[in-house]
Design a protein around this ligand. Structure first.
Ligand code: IVH
Length: 778
């Protein structure tokens, strides 16, 4: 890039114009679409270039310069909220020198004498999206996003669904009116499970926790936001009716006493050296936090000094963001392969020239789906930017277009499975009739890729957990044709010929062979929930498997019901109706009752389908009406669908499966479809000939914890997490992964962190592992 001092005025003007357009486009992608197309580092780079040009050519500064703009205008679907005090941005510092210069500038500005020390807070810079919460007389009355800094989006109802946002302030000393500012964010674990669930459902996956948090908050339907485990840290305020603190440090303590979470890693430090030490400390804790931070925010502690220091257009003089260097690297995208998962979902995977990002060597990265590749416009042969944030799997940010070779090849998504069957890939549509991005091989067990994935799933830790049969051995046995289906694993353990071959040809030692046999034999008796989970049926995860096992108790009962259900699956119309989001069993019931006995009604001419539904079937709630209106469009179409559904409703056994807690119509259909296939039934029979299934116990209802929701956190010393979970479930309790208002009890071991804190804050009963064991008599 040409040094700014070498540019002519015309060149500078041209570059500034280009940068303004580019930055505006990036702002919209980042703030409104939650889908940035460049890395934060590259964005900062553009901003820095813009600032350098503006400094060298001050008379060319545009009126709406990117340097004076914060964020991007709000999106149309939310009402505008004028912030009482603008939500500003922070200037960036990138090095120790920048940090020391920040301290020096403050001292110069305040004309401090050499002896006078400046105290700062050093707070983690949470990588989420900022929000402003307006409290009047201690009651939350409005919540907004940042928007363009002056006007944000009204997301009050969405913010209300966050457990960590108090609806009413506790403690005392809060001003009558105050805007509390902080960051909405999502933890790494929660991000990973959200993406996994979305992927399984064929829905949009998010590039990183920040986008996921933004996407989750900015949902039109707050009920969806409520299902996302969003969290909130408070760290600042806007408008306030009375002063309430003298320092930032004191204010943080007050925010905490009013019921907010504040960042536990914040420190109060003295002078330049304190700033540098705090940065080093934050870099060290960063990997252990469980959520993304992208730097440290330094703030002058004394609020009267903050006042004196004031603002420069869009950033305070009294604070600066010291950014971590992005964990990014460039490498060559050598190929794009497609991978076939256990359920046949075909996903593109980038094969990269190995490169180190954030201390880890990366060779592969998922590209998720065809849309993602098209959106990012990555081509084979491109130099790409790889990014690794925290514990999150590496992502391809995008190509470096300047370095695109002339012979780079755009990727064409295959139309057929790469397996020897070459089945045409099927597209999927949701119940609402929308085509998803998932492409699936329909070969199932006949597709060798799916078969090996099935086998891997079968022996995995949460299914049969067969010791001595790891990924490597399994793949080897599979490739040799020894293990083609789960039953073969058990046959192998008593196949003297093959075992002898392992000893002679493969050089297995006697101990290894013995361990392998013992590992397999140990699983010839398997609990029903693991048996069901091991089948690897789509949508039947651990929780659903446990629920099914508890309900059916014996394998015979489960299989007989599943086979009967296979013959009574709902017809397409009934399926479309009962699998719609927001249309539960009660709504379906109401629609069918109407279809059985339609009544002549006076419907105003020109009524929308939603309105028509409201008058004709009053038992439907708003959510159900909206969903139906979206799916069917007009009354005649809806009426025809409802009539058709009448004769196509699933039979009793299907409904029994679907009504099991945590199952529902989609998972029930998956079970029915699985048992509807002869080849699946044959595999199950072969497996049952090899092993016995231990019946599940019905959850107890007469124990101290029956029906309660329990969270285990911290390290347990007398039992593993899995054991603790099994024990609690056997006593009729539900075990959850995160603490919310619904939690009844938290069992906390040493090292318990945020979950314990949330529990204490919410006033939930907490006990130690020993107390738990004493209570349950373990
Ligand atoms: S203070 C006047 N403190 O960083 C500025 N901001 O680039 C008040 N952020 O918009 C902001 N952690 O979204 C502040 N501990 C923290 C922060 C923080 C994250 C975000 C916030 C802000 C952006 C500035």
């Amino acid at each position: 890039m040409t040094d700014v001092s070498q540019l002519t005025e015309a060149q500078a003007l041209e570059e500034l114009t280009k940068l303004a357009d580019e930055l505006a486009a990036h702002d919209i992608r980042y703030h409104q679409q939650d889908a940035p197309s460049i890395s934060d580092g590259d964005y900062d780079e553009l901003k820095r270039r813009n600032a350098a040009l503006e400094a060298a050519f001050p008379h060319l500064v545009r009126e709406n310069s990117p340097s004076t703009r914060v964020g991007a205008a709000r999106a149309e679907q939310f009402s505008p909220v004028e912030h009482g005090v603008p939500m500003l941005s922070l200037d960036n510092a990138f090095s120790n020198d920048d940090a020391l210069e920040f301290d020096a500038k403050i001292r110069r500005f305040l004309r401090l004498s050499g002896a006078e020390e400046v105290a700062y807070t050093a707070e983690p810079k949470i990588d989420g999206l900022s929000a402003s919460l307006r409290y009047e007389k201690g009651v939350l009355v409005q919540g907004a996003t940042r928007g363009d800094g002056k006007t944000g989006e009204d997301v009050t109802e969405n913010l209300r669904t966050l457990a960590e946002i108090p609806k009413r302030l506790s403690g005392q000393g809060w001003p009558d009116v105050i805007e509390i500012r902080g960051e909405v964010y999502l933890g790494h674990e929660e991000f990973a499970s959200l993406n996994a669930a979305n992927e399984a459902a064929g829905q949009k996956t998010y590039a990183n926790p920040r986008n996921a948090a933004a996407g989750s908050l900015r949902q039109i339907d707050p009920k969806i936001t409520a299902t996302r485990p969003l969290r909130f840290f408070a760290y600042a305020w806007g408008l306030f009716s009375q002063p309430f603190a003298q320092t930032q440090w004191e204010a943080l303590a007050l925010l905490k006493s009013w019921g907010f979470q504040t960042t536990p890693e914040s420190q109060r430090v003295i002078s330049g050296q304190g700033l540098l030490d705090a940065y080093a400390a934050m870099e060290a804790v960063r990997p252990k936090l469980g959520y993304d931070i992208d730097g440290v925010v330094y703030k002058v502690d004394r609020l009267d000094w903050q006042q004196r220091l004031g603002f420069i257009t869009r950033t305070p003089r009294w604070a600066v963001a010291r950014k971590f260097p992005a964990q990014q690297a460039r490498t060559i995208l050598e190929a794009i392969d497609v991978q076939v998962g256990r359920t046949g979902a075909v996903t593109p995977v980038a094969r990269l020239r190995p490169v180190t990002v954030g201390g880890v060597v990366v060779e592969n990265a998922t590209l998720h789906n065809a849309d993602e590749i098209a959106r990012k416009d990555v081509r084979i042969g491109d130099t790409v930017i790889l990014q690794r944030a925290g514990d999150v799997i590496p992502q391809i940010v995008g190509p470096v277009l300047d370095e695109r070779p002339a012979d780079s090849v755009p990727f064409e998504f295959p139309t057929h499975c790469p397996c020897p069957l070459k089945t045409p890939l099927a597209k999927e549509t949701t119940a609402a009739g929308v085509e998803t991005v998932v492409r699936r091989c329909t070969g199932e067990f006949a597709c060798p890729f799916q078969r090996i994935e099935h086998l891997r799933h079968f022996v995995s830790r949460r299914a049969y957990d067969i010791e001595g049969l790891g990924e490597k051995q399994l793949t080897a046995f599979y490739e040799r044709g020894w293990v083609k289906e789960p039953a073969d694993i058990f046959r192998l353990a008593r196949d003297e010929e093959k075992l002898a071959e392992l000893r002679t040809t493969d050089g297995y030692g006697e101990t290894s062979v013995r361990n392998l046999i013992a590992g397999i034999e140990a699983k010839r008796a398997i609990p029903l929930d693991r048996f069901i989970f091991g089948l690897g049926i789509r949508h039947i995860g651990e929780t659903t498997s446990t629920a099914l096992a508890r309900h059916f108790e014996t394998v015979e009962h489960f299989i007989a019901t599943a086979i009967a259900a296979a013959a009574q699956r709902p017809g397409a119309g009934a399926q479309a109706l009962s699998e719609l989001d927001g249309v539960g069993p009660t709504a379906v019931e109401a629609i069918l009752a109407y279809a059985r006995h339609p009544q002549a009604l006076l419907i105003p001419a020109g009524a929308s389908l939603e309105e028509h539904l409201r008058l004709a079937i009053p038992r439907l709630n708003t959510r159900a009406r909206q969903s139906l209106a979206e799916r069917f469009g007009d009354w005649p179409t809806f009426q025809a669908a409802a009539k058709a559904a009448l004769s196509e409703m699933p039979g009793e056994e299907f409904r029994e499966i679907s009504s099991v807690d945590a199952v529902g119509p989609v998972a029930a259909r998956m079970v029915a479809e699985f048992f509807g296939e002869d080849h699946n039934r044959a595999k199950v029979d072969a497996l049952l000939a090899e092993l016995s299934v231990i019946p599940a116990e019905r959850p107890k209802t007469d124990t101290a914890v029956a029906g309660k929701t329990i969270v285990f956190t911290g390290s347990l010393e007398k039992m593993t997490r899995d054991e603790a979970k099994a024990q609690a479930e056997a006593l009729g309790a539900k075990v959850a992964g995160s603490v919310s208002k619904k939690t009844d009890l938290v069992v906390a071991g040493p090292g318990a962190g945020s979950k314990l804190k949330t529990a204490t804050d919410l006033g939930i009963q907490v006990m130690t592992e020993d107390e738990w064991l004493a209570m349950v008599g373990g």
